[in-house]
Design a protein around this ligand. Structure first.
Ligand SMILES: [Zn+2]
Ligand SMILES: [Zn+2]
Length: 413
């Protein structure tokens, strides 16, 4: 008996001990789980707070911008002086559009303006700057038809009045009251009512905005080419390997002409070839360029069409010497104010040479240009050789001045 009681007490004590131990462990586990849970809740909480704060900060930033009513834009102050500034956010008056710029392309004209600090017809500093753009409508003013927020558009840099002598004759490029618009190097741009009504086009879904932005320079090239009385199979000399010379080369090639491209810089040779030039001449002198071009035509008779796309009086004269009897010369490149050329009157008269000098574009030609881009044969991508942010605009123009192999840079705000 005594042993039995002792044993029972021992077993009892051990059991209590075990139960206590299990209890202690359980409490420990529960505490640990509790601690982990609290840890996790804290962590999730912290991240959530972090995110909420970030979202809040962004919202405040946007609200501040909207509240202030400003946006970032390039402002031309003078010679080689572009500043990126906060300028008033544009508002759409009746008939107007506000477009968020998807891409703005650099252009030879802008480069000239950057170098000179002004443009007699288009821009007087300080002024918003840039004119080749495509983007998305964010606001349509009262009475606008055909466009609404979300429409992808290319808005041309000008629009004719439609009422003057020239407009009524279908020569809208010569309109007495051509309205120009600048300000493409910006986050947003205001499109004046007349341009909305006459020269803003919907960009087909499959066309990138930066390709659509080529509509304006391409319209100039198509206009100049069509004015030169072309026929498929013609031999066309294009003098100049800048953006418009290359565009002219490509347009003539696509129309079935044999193109001789006359360029000045090494970097332009390959581009001219890629865009369809059958021959590329890089001659050190004008006399040599004329000789080599003529040598590529049957019996040295000269080309059917010579298009000058440089804008230098000596190149205008060169173009006249390249063309055959009965051929057409197009002085497509605009020269500096006050310059003159000297022409061989006998040659022009007795060889029955047609002289043209196509300027700018018309609404009908702009539509043709966008159709050409949308058609798929036009190599839009080849003309855009770089991308840069608005902040890099000065650097981009400095680089373009050094005549690198860049054709056009897409400025993306
Ligand atoms: Zn341009
Ligand atoms: Zn007019």
């Amino acid at each position: 008996m005594p042993n039995t009681v002792k044993d029972a007490i021992k077993v009892g004590r051990t059991t209590v001990e075990d139960v206590l131990q299990v209890g202690r462990n359980t409490v420990e586990d529960v505490l640990q789980v509790g601690r982990n849970t609290v840890e996790e809740v804290f962590h999730v909480g912290r991240n959530t707070v972090e995110e909420v704060v970030q979202v809040g900060r962004n919202a405040v930033e946007s609200a501040r911008r909207l509240g202030k009513g400003t946006m970032q834009a390039a402002v031309l102050h003078g010679r080689e002086d572009i500043r990126i500034e906060n300028v008033p956010f544009p508002q759409a008056a009746p008939g107007e559009l506000i477009v968020r710029v998807g891409a703005a392309l650099t252009c030879g004209t802008d480069l000239k303006v950057f170098r000179r600090g002004y443009h007699a017809r288009m821009i007087v500093p300080p002024a918003l700057f840039g004119h080749e753009l495509a983007g998305t409508v964010v606001e349509a003013g009262e009475g606008v038809e055909g466009f609404s927020a979300g429409s992808r558009v290319v808005a041309l840099n000008s629009a004719p009045c439609g009422q003057c002598f020239f407009c009524l004759r279908g020569q809208e490029n010569l309109c007495d009251d051509l309205l120009f618009n600048n300000g493409a190097y910006a986050e947003f741009i205001r499109i004046p009512a007349r341009i909305v009504a006459k020269n803003t086009l919907i960009v087909p879904d499959h066309i990138p905005l930066e390709h659509a932005a080529l509509t304006e320079p391409l319209a100039c090239a198509v206009h100049g080419f069509e004015d030169s009385n072309p026929h498929p199979g013609d031999i066309v000399a294009v003098i100049g390997g800048g953006p418009l010379g290359l565009m002219m080369t490509h347009v003539a090639f696509l129309a079935g002409c044999t193109v001789i491209s006359v360029v000045k810089h090494d970097g332009q040779v390959e581009a001219a070839r890629q865009l369809g030039a059958a021959h590329v001449i890089k001659a050190s002198t004008i006399q040599k360029a004329i000789r080599e071009t003529r040598a590529l035509t049957p019996n040295n008779r000269g080309v059917d069409i010579a298009i000058e796309a440089v804008g230098l009086p000596e190149a205008w004269e060169e173009a006249v010497e390249m063309v055959r009897k009965g051929g057409t010369v197009n002085f497509f490149g605009g020269c500096a104010v006050g310059t003159h050329v000297s022409l061989d009157t006998n040659r022009i008269h007795y060889s029955d040479i047609t002289l043209r000098a196509t300027f700018h574009h018309t609404p009908a030609i702009c539509r043709k240009a966008l159709d050409l881009i949308a058609g798929g044969r036009f190599q839009a991508g080849a003309f855009i050789t770089g991308h840069a942010h608005l902040y890099e605009l000065n650097r981009v123009f400095e680089k373009l001045m050094k005549r690198s192999s860049e054709i056009k840079t897409a400025i993306v705000p």
